[in-house]
Design a protein around this ligand. Structure first.
Ligand code: ZN
Length: 296
């Protein structure tokens, strides 16, 4: 089934699903998950984001396709097919229909003009490459791939290799470095300048060392691609609740609050990487905290 499409200014944004089978016990994703608090605040857990019978939360993986009449842009590229991920069983040797879903939208790989990457984790860079005759080749051979230079430097410096980062190191080898070798990568510094016209990367570290949110201005509308600064809508109401995937907990909390302030103050539509339901919504202030309203 085709993912939802949203209008943002003069452009459209369509969710392209990659892998939607992952789910976790709520407390397995968010160790601070408080069932009593949830019971008192059911609006903080919108429909499609919590299975109360199972006690689980979905953790879908997808990409966002932006078309503005001139450019065809993907924000993050899912987990990819055939990647060997012994330490991340969810993503090990997948065979998903991601490219067919793009084709259903009328998009061939050669049509993609830009790939923008919020960070370089396994489930965000996978479709950068595909396996052809035993070699990882760029999936989108005409696209400029914009990524944060410091993040690439971190995950290719073997001084940083440990149990937590080992899958990220593998992902650089088969999904990022082939793009660099093909001359298709534009590693940037996060510094307030537009990465490409209309799109600005904002430093939101903590989940990964140099994680970014991507703010986009289109015809008077504003969107925020929030990457993994949060994994579940309850974190809008409880920004102090980290996910177990956040590498630096204190920094992740600070960045989450900054992202929520940015989204609320700009009335941005927020496109998330892992929320169940439509995975898009808006943030408004609610006293010292925030509240999430699903869109679509
Ligand atoms: Zn992710």
């Amino acid at each position: 089934m085709a993912g939802p499409t949203f209008t943002v200014g003069n452009a459209t944004v369509t969710r392209i699903d990659d892998f939607d089978q992952a789910k976790l016990p709520a407390q397995g994703l968010l160790p601070d998950w408080d069932a009593n608090w949830i019971g008192d605040h059911p609006d903080a857990v919108p429909s499609g984001t919590f299975d109360a019978d199972e006690g689980t939360v979905p953790l879908p993986v997808h990409s966002w396709l932006i078309r503005d009449g001139v450019r065809t842009i993907l924000v993050d590229t899912g987990a990819g097919n055939a990647k060997v991920r012994p330490y991340s069983p969810w993503f090990d040797r997948l065979d998903t229909s991601f490219l067919s879903r793009l084709a259903e939208q009328g998009v061939a790989p050669e049509d993609v003009t830009h790939v923008l990457l919020t960070h370089l984790h396994v489930d965000h860079v996978g479709w950068n490459t595909r396996l052809q005759d035993g070699v990882w080749v760029p999936t989108f051979p005409r696209a400029r791939h914009v990524l944060v230079a410091d993040e690439l430097a971190y995950f290719t410096d073997f001084a940083n290799l440990d149990e937590r980062s080992r899958t990220s190191f593998a992902a650089q080898q088969d999904s990022v470095l082939p793009i660099v070798a093909a001359g298709l990568a534009d590693p940037i510094a996060i510094g307030g300048l537009e990465a490409i016209p209309g799109f600005t990367f904002h430093a939101l570290p903590g989940h990964s060392p140099h994680h970014a949110g991507i703010l986009w201005k289109s015809g008077g509308a504003i969107a925020l691609f929030s990457g993994d600064v949060m994994h579940h809508p309850v974190q809008v109401s409880r920004p102090e609740w980290n996910s177990r995937f956040d590498a630096d907990p204190a920094t992740a909390r600070t960045s989450r609050r900054q992202a929520l302030e940015l989204a609320a103050d700009t009335n941005a539509i927020v496109f998330t990487a892992h929320f169940g339901g439509t995975s898009a919504g808006r943030v408004s202030r609610d006293g010292p905290s925030f509240c999430w309203t699903t869109e679509g």
